[in-house]
Design a protein around this ligand. Structure first.
Ligand SMILES: Nc1nc2c(ncn2[C@@H]2O[C@H](COP(=O)(O)OP(=O)(O)O)[C@@H](O)[C@H]2O)c(=O)[nH]1
Ligand SMILES: [Mg+2]
Length: 296
């Protein structure tokens, strides 16, 4: 698994072959995205969720994605320490992955890594991001079920609304419920959720309070994750989400392919010839670009 995910990170030419071999064996893993501001407790909650899922006998994969850095390390190091409870459990596979600097970015590379974990037989794959802002929403697009983590504190609910993550949360977790203000955060969240437009009208996102460091409330999160998976299957929403995900992946791969075919175009004799034709007034830049695209 580690070597296959390295092929994804390196964008190895053998990925085509790997993808063709793996794809028929995918589709049974439940992909669960975990998003929220830095420090809210994503890694702690992920580790606690792994414990809860292992107690149910599930095989668990964890993919920590860092869309902001071309290197794995740094911020992820602390997460590795946090995950060491599971280091000797061979029913758990933990991997971090960097994606910036890759053509096609997260939307091209992360689904391929998830495909590896899926085909390897993980029942549940937890995807945690260390990124912030838009990448949080992008991560949610990779998942069947998205957990949005908040913590008590000034304006956290409002921050979430700004980042657009209220629309994409299937389950809301107010972590650090041992701190003051958890109940008022829940009230605030409830009222903003009531005003939030959602694609999936049939699912009312639950709010769960947790203390991840002590594992409190985490079993309830695991129960809600299972309930949401059931809802997805029964409502047809699972297929809708997975098709949307595949459309994005195919599009990203196609754009990457086109981009690489155009790489090194400057210095190309055809480009020089077209530029001269435009200069001479024989054609215009749009028509010249069309000519070029047609002959890629
Ligand atoms: N008081 C309290 N601290 C927590 C809780 N969950 C996580 N933390 C602490 O919050 C800090 C950030 O947690 P981490 O899981 O790394 O957050 P991440 O950046 O979202 O992955 C760590 O020091 C954790 O020990 C909680 O439920 N209560
Ligand atoms: Mg973390």
């Amino acid at each position: 698994m580690a070597r296959l995910i390295s092929l994804v990170e390196d964008r190895s030419p053998s990925l085509r072959e790997v993808s063709a071999a793996l794809t028929p064996h995918t589709g049974s893993a439940h992909i669960v995205g975990i998003t929220g501001s830095p420090g809210v407790g994503k890694s702690t909650s992920t580790s606690a969720l792994v414990t809860a899922l292992r107690a149910q006998g599930k095989r668990v994969g964890v993919l920590a994605v860092d869309p902001t850095s071309p290197f794995s390390g740094g911020a992820l190091l602390g997460d590795r320490v946090r995950m060491q409870d599971h280091a000797t459990d061979d029913g758990v596979y933990i991997r971090s992955m960097a994606s910036r600097g890759h053509l096609g970015g997260l939307s091209a590379s992360a689904p391929q890594a998830l495909r590896v974990l899926d085909a390897a037989g993980c029942d549940v794959v937890l995807v945690e991001t260390v990124g912030v802002g838009q990448s949080e929403v992008e991560i949610a697009g990779l998942a069947d079920t998205t957990l949005v983590l908040l913590a008590p504190g000034m304006g956290d609910g409002i921050q979430a609304a700004k980042a657009g993550i209220l629309e994409i949360g299937d389950i809301f977790v107010i972590n650090k419920a041992d701190r003051e203000g958890a109940q008022s955060t829940r009230r605030e969240l409830r009222s903003v959720l009531a005003m939030t437009e959602r694609d999936d009208h049939a699912w009312k996102p639950p709010i769960v309070l947790t203390v991840a460091t002590r594992g409190e409330g985490v079993d309830e999160v695991a129960e809600q994750v299972a309930a949401h998976r059931l809802h997805l299957g029964e409502s047809g929403e699972l297929e809708r989400r997975r098709l949307a995900r595949l459309r994005r992946e195919i599009e990203a791969l196609a754009l990457t392919e086109v981009q690489s075919r155009f790489a090194g175009l400057s210095g190309d004799a055809r480009l020089d010839a077209l530029a001269e034709q435009v200069l001479a007034g024989e054609t215009d830049p749009f028509a010249a670009a069309d000519t070029l695209v047609e002959h890629v």
